[in-house]
Design a protein around this ligand. Structure first.
Ligand code: CMC
Length: 422
């Protein structure tokens, strides 16, 4: 096994740390006994150099712009597989055959109804509530309706728990939205596919047999697949952190939803559209680029930059292609598209962005597609939530089955007052 040597220049002591291999990508220095051996901690705010777990789910090579779920390239999955096949893959570590997919889809459809009591929870929210508030509260409330998932002794129980919440997410999402409008909830239609049913529950009048255009179902299905997992991002790390305390899995998911809401994470898709509208015209782009570059201005170009991708975000590339494919078919706002393309063009050649390796990320393009599909802006991050639920819950399961099941408890560098007396 390879190792690294750490020399403490204060006392000349040498310490050896193993380098653990990975099947693909960087190895890791095993510092688990660092404190015991040296009396020192590592200091890494934002965990830019720290691996918090061992995982077999998702692989990212940020330098190459590579993303794989269970070994499969994201582009292949997004173009050749449905979202529910990807869910099956993440949960079961392999793609389903035809019969398995049929069973899985049927089970998800049948589990999509929520307890009638949940409707009262939505009705308690004010009209102006953001759907994300309702989403996080209702997913947390699910822990009361399925309290038995707190103590699951067998892996097969994990699967039921996971399928249950994946199935109910679109229903909770559609209820959240309909509550903001004060219009009656529409129950799931089990004859429709997962993604079509979500659009139906958002748009239909109760009892209406509404036709949802296939092109929109396919586009949204792709968007769900692109969001399905993304290794140890902020919200997933939070889900694993809550899992490590032994809390109910749906409470851990609710914490993930809250973490995702922030503008630096999944909330960026809502902010991108706001920003494009604020910029308004290609003539104003230069001005906003200058603001983004100004160290004294807090303005950031939303939908640009990523902690891991330093070449391009493969999800963004797939969405950009999809955007151009759909341009004339679903009435993409051409003025905003022009503004977006101008920002992209300037940013990709501007020294500030090039030097910092800031490229468009997934959120830069998704809003334009969702807007053309008449999905309200307040639902953009909810779309991210629906897609990511399978990733969060798969990561939750992996944590439960792992050997390193330790409570998430980082240390700190203390720089406060010392030894004061009253
Ligand atoms: N516009 C202008 N400057 C930026 C931007 C941006 N969008 N992003 C980063 N920078 C600059 C930043 O000011 C810093 O400059 P300097 O070195 O001069 O101080 C440098 O680039 C490094 O930025 P950082 O904040 O240290 O990088 P990070 O890896 O901690 O943050 C990020 C990554 C995604 C939070 C950040 O790029 C950002 O805030 N982007 C805008 C929000 C966004 O689009 N988020 C969606 C991410 S993708 C969806 C998801 O998976 O969540």
């Amino acid at each position: 096994m390879n190792s690294v040597t750490l020399i403490n220049n204060t006392n000349g002591e040498k310490y050896e740390f193993d380098i653990l291999d990975s099947t693909k990508g960087s190895g890791v220095i095993d510092v688990r006994n660092l404190y015991a051996a040296t009396g020192l901690f590592t200091y890494d705010p934002g965990f830019t150099s720290t691996a918090s777990c061992t995982s077999e789910i998702t692989f990212i090579d940020g330098e190459k712009g590579e993303l794989r779920y269970r070994g499969y390239d994201i582009e292949e999955l997004a173009t050749k597989k449905e979202y529910l096949e990807v869910c099956f893959l993440l949960l079961n570590k392999r793609l389903p055959n035809k019969a398995e997919l049929l069973d899985f889809s049927e089970e998800i459809s049948k589990r999509s109804f929520v307890h009638e009591g949940i409707k009262d929870l939505f009705n308690a929210f004010p009209d102006y509530a953001h759907p994300m508030s309702m989403m996080s509260a209702s997913v947390s409330a699910m822990s009361a309706f399925y309290f038995e998932h707190l103590d699951m002794s067998e892996c097969k129980d994990f699967q039921v728990m996971a399928r249950r919440i994946i199935a109910k997410m679109p229903t909770l999402a559609a209820f959240s939205y309909r509550r903001t409008l004060g219009i009656p909830f529409v129950y799931p239609d089990i004859e429709r596919s997962f993604t079509e049913n979500f659009l139906y529950m958002l748009r239909a009048y109760p009892g209406q047999s509404l036709k949802i255009p296939t092109i929109e179902v396919t586009a949204l299905d792709t968007i769900f697949t692109l969001h399905a997992d993304h290794e140890q991002n902020a919200s997933t790390s939070i889900v694993r952190g809550v899992a490590s305390t032994g809390a109910h899995p749906y409470v851990a998911l609710s914490a993930g939803i809250n973490a995702l809401w922030g503008r630096a994470h999944g909330g960026a898709n809502e902010s991108v559209m706001l920003q494009l509208e604020m910029i308004g015209s290609v003539d104003n782009v230069e001005n906003f680029i200058a603001r983004a570059k100004d160290p004294n201005d807090e303005f950031r170009l939303m939908g640009f930059g990523h902690r891991v991708y330093k070449n391009f975000d493969p999800r963004a590339r797939i969405l950009k292609n999809l955007l151009h494919e759909l341009k004339d078919k679903i009435n993409i706002n051409s003025e905003l598209l022009e503004v977006a393309m101008k920002i992209e063009e300037i940013a990709l050649s501007d020294e500030y962005f090039v030097k910092r390796k800031l490229y468009p990320n997934i959120d830069f393009y998704s809003g334009l597609i969702l807007t053309a599909m008449k999905i309200p802006r307040s639902m953009f991050t909810i779309i991210f939530v629906i897609g990511r639920t399978v990733g969060w819950i798969t990561q939750w399961m992996e944590f439960q089955e792992s050997e390193d099941k330790k409570i998430a408890r980082p240390r700190q560098r203390y720089m406060g007052e010392t030894d004061k007396q009253v």
